[in-house]
Design a binder for this molecule. Structure first.
Ligand code: ARG
Length: 566
C-alpha cells in the first residue's frame, strides 16, 4: 500500500525543489492531538533556505496543495502545514491490499537478485543447548524470515561447533570413564559430565592434556577410532539439538559446521602466506593487527593445529565462492565482538573487496538469576526445559479454563513456545538481560500470548459471523477514530518490516504486532461487530479479517504460530 506519508511527501515534493523526497519524508511529524490533523510538515528548515518566516511558507504551501486522493484537508497551523487523511480511502486501500494479498501482505521484491546468508544458532557439539543459545537461534530465525519476506535469496547456515581441541579431551574422558549405553540414553548431559570430569582430573594429572592433544591430532589426521567417536558425539548431540529445533519449528539450509572446513584450511594458510600476512611468533603463526589496535589474529598454534578463527576465515571464503553473497550476517553474542573485528580485518587485508559485506549482528548476554552458567561447573538451564515448562504451564491454563478443550497439546505448544520466542525478540538485541522463570512463564502484559489471543479473538468473531468477508463494503463506515487507528497501523506493516531489516532488529516487528493488537482491542471494545445493520457488520468484519491476517503474517516473521482458538 502507498503509505499516507509517502502520498503527502509526494505532494510536498511537487512544491519544494530544494529538498529531496527523503528529506521531506524524514521531516514529517504526527501532531500532538488528532484535531490538528494526521500528519504535519514543519517549515523551519525551509525558512532558513528561503530566508522567510516559517508561517508564511506554511501558509503558501497549505494554499497551493490540493486536497485530493489520499488527502482530505490541508491547513496551516503556525509554522506547520497540517494534513488530514481521507479516512475512507485509507480504509479502502488497506483492506483491499490485505484481503487480496492475504499471506503475501507485507512482502515485497525489494531484495530480488541479492544473496544473503544468515548464520545463526551454531551450538557446540557435546555441550548443552542452553538458555544462552536461545537468542542467536530465535533472533537469527526472525532475521532470516524478514529478509526472505522482502525477496532476498536467503540461506540459513548453522555453523555447528563440531571441531576443536575439546574433542581430544572428550575422547580421552570417554575412553577412561564412558559407557556407550549411558551416553545414548541421555547424550549431552552425560558427555557434559565426562567433559567436566576431564577438567577436574586433569588438574591433578596434567599429562591428560597431552593425551587429549594427541587424540585431537589423530582426529585431524583422519584416524579411524578418533573419527568414529567424534562422528558419534556429533550424531547424538544433533538428535538433542533437533528436538529443540522441532519445538521452535526452525530449519536450516546448511549444517556445515567448523569440521566442514578442516580440509579447507591449508589453502587459507597458504593464501595468507602468499600475501605476506603470516608471521611466526613463538612457534605459532599470526597476523599482526597492531596497526589496527587489536591483538594479533592467531592462525595456527605452535603444534600446528588450527583455531576457531582459522575456520571462520575458511568458512567466509568458501561461502563467498559457493553462494556469491551480497551480505553474510553472523548472529553471535557480543562477547565475540573482538573475534569478529579481528578476522573481518584479516579478510580485508587479504584484499577481498567483499570484506565490507560481512556483518556481525551481536546481542547482549543472558545471565541467570543466581550466578552464571558455566559448562565446566555444569550449572546450566537447558533450552529444551524452558520450552517444555512453558508448554506445560500453557496447557494447565488452557485446561483450567476449558477442561474439554480440543487440540490442547497443539495449542499449548504454539502458545508456550511463542511466549518464550516473543519475549526474546521484544527487547532490542544489544541489551543484556537476566533470565527469570517467572517472567518467562507470565503471559500478562505485552507478551506473545497477548498478541496470539487477539488473533484468536478475531477468529472467534469471524466464526460466529458465519458469513463471507468481502471488499465490496461501504468504506465510509470505517472512518471513525478507532477504525482509522487500526488501519493506520496495518498500513505501516511493510515499513516496519523494512526498518527491522535495515537494523537487523526483529523487535521492530514485535512492536508492530503489539501496536496492532492494542489498536484492535480498543476498536473491539468500543465498536460492536456482529450488529443487526448488515452494511455496518460487513464493514467491521472486513476490518477484523484484515487485522487477523496481518497479525498472522507478522507473527510468522517472528517464527510464531497463530492458533485459531486459545
Ligand atoms: N559455536 C560458537 C559458540 O557457541 C558460535 C559460533 C559463531 N559463529 C562463527 N562463525 N564464529 O560460541
Amino acid at each position: 500500500m502507498q503509505d499516507f506519508k509517502v502520498a503527502i511527501s509526494n505532494c510536498l515534493k511537487e512544491k519544494i525543489e530544494e529538498l529531496s523526497l527523503e528529506e521531506i519524508s524524514a521531516l514529517i511529524e504526527i501532531p500532538p492531538n488528532k484535531d490538528m490533523g494526521d500528519y504535519a510538515f514543519p517549515c523551519f528548515k525551509l525558512s532558513k533556505i528561503f530566508r522567510k518566516a516559517p508561517n508564511m511558507i506554511a501558509g503558501e504551501l497549505a494554499e497551493s496543495i490540493k486536497a485530493e486522493g489520499a488527502i482530505s484537508k490541508v491547513i496551516q497551523l503556525g509554522g506547520y502545514v497540517n494534513f488530514f487523511v481521507n479516512k475512507s480511502q485509507l480504509a479502502q486501500t488497506v483492506i483491499n491490499d490485505v484481503l487480496t494479498q492475504k499471506g503475501n501482505y507485507g512482502r515485497s521484491e525489494m531484495g530480488k537478485g541479492q544473496n544473503v546468508i544468515v548464520e545463526f544458532s551454531s551450538p557446540n557439539i557435546a555441550k548443552p543447548f542452553h538458555i544462552g543459545h536461545i537468542r542467536t537461534t530465535v533472533i537469527g530465525n526472525a532475521i532470516y524470515k524478514i529478509y526472505e519476506s522482502q525477496g532476498y535469496n536467503t540461506t540459513r547456515i548453522n555453523h555447528l561447533g563440531d571441531y576443536g581441541t575439546q574433542f581430544g579431551k572428550l575422547i580421552v574422558a570417554f575412553k577412561l570413564w564412558g559407557d556407550k549405553k549411558v551416553v545414548e540414553a541421555s547424550p549431552i548431559p552425560e558427555l557434559l559430565k565426562l567433559y567436566i570430569r576431564f577438567h577436574e582430573e586433569a588438574e591433578a594429572h596434567p599429562e591428560m592434556e597431552d593425551e587429549a592433544r594427541a587424540w585431537f591430532t589423530k582426529l585431524e589426521n583422519g584416524d579411524k577410532e578418533a573419527t568414529d567417536l567424534w562422528q558419534w558425539f556429533r550424531d547424538e548431540s544433533l538428535k538433542e539439538f533437533n528436538r529443540v529445533y522441532d519445538l521452535l519449528d526452525i530449519e536450516f539450509d546448511s549444517l556445515a559446521g567448523e569440521s566442514f572446513y578442516s580440509d579447507k584450511m591449508p589453502r587459507v594458510i597458504s593464501m595468507l602466506e602468499e600475501k605476506g600476512l603470516l608471521i611466526e611468533s613463538k612457534g605459532a603463526r599470526i597476523v599482526d593487527l597492531e596497526p589496527y589496535k587489536m591483538p594479533p589474529a592467531l592462525i595456527t598454534k605452535n603444534d600446528g593445529s588450527t583455531l576457531y578463527m582459522t575456520r571462520d576465515l575458511a568458512a567466509a571464503i568458501y561461502r563467498q565462492e559457493t553462494y556469491n553473497f551480497d551480505k553474510c550476517i553472523y548472529v553471535v553474542g557480543s562477547q565475540q565482538n573482538l573475534h569478529f573485528e579481528q578476522w573481518f580485518k584479516v579478510i580485508e587485508l587479504m584484499g577481498f573487496e567483499w570484506a565490507k559485506d560481512l556483518e556481525h549482528v551481536g546481542f547482549g548476554m543472558v545471565a541467570l538469576e543466581s550466578g552464571t552458567m558455566s559448562t565446566r561447573k555444569g550449572r546450566v538451564v537447558f533450552l529444551e526445559d524452558v520450552l517444555k515448562q512453558a508448554i506445560d504451564k500453557t496447557k494447565e491454563t488452557i485446561l483450567a479454563k476449558n477442561p474439554n478443550a480440543q487440540n490442547a497439546d497443539e495449542i499449548a505448544k504454539q502458545v508456550g513456545v511463542g511466549a518464550v520466542v516473543f519475549q526474546e525478540l521484544s527487547n532490542s538485541r544489544i541489551k543484556d538481560y537476566t533470565f527469570s522463570w517467572d517472567r518467562t512463564l507470565s503471559f500478562d502484559g505485552e507478551t506473545g500470548p497477548y498478541v496470539q489471543y487477539t488473533h484468536a479473538r478475531c477468529c472467534a468473531v469471524l466464526r460466529k459471523a458465519q458469513e463471507e468477508v468481502s471488499t465490496d463494503i461501504n468504506y465510509e463506515l470505517l472512518t471513525n477514530e478507532d477504525s482509522s487507528e487500526v488501519l493506520k497501523v496495518i498500513a505501516s506493516f511493510n515499513k516496519s518490516i523494512v526498518a527491522a531489516l535495515r537494523k537487523n532488529e526483529p523487535h521492530i516487528v514485535t512492536r508492530f504486532v503489539l501496536d496492532l493488537a492494542q489498536a484492535f482491542n480498543k476498536f473491539y471494545h468500543d465498536n460492536p461487530i456482529l450488529v443487526e445493520d448488515v452494511e455496518l457488520r460487513k464493514a467491521r468484519l472486513a476490518l477484523v479479517e484484515s487485522t487477523r491476517q496481518t497479525i498472522e503474517n507478522g507473527l510468522k516473521l517472528l517464527g510464531m504460530h497463530s492458533p485459531e482458538r486459545m
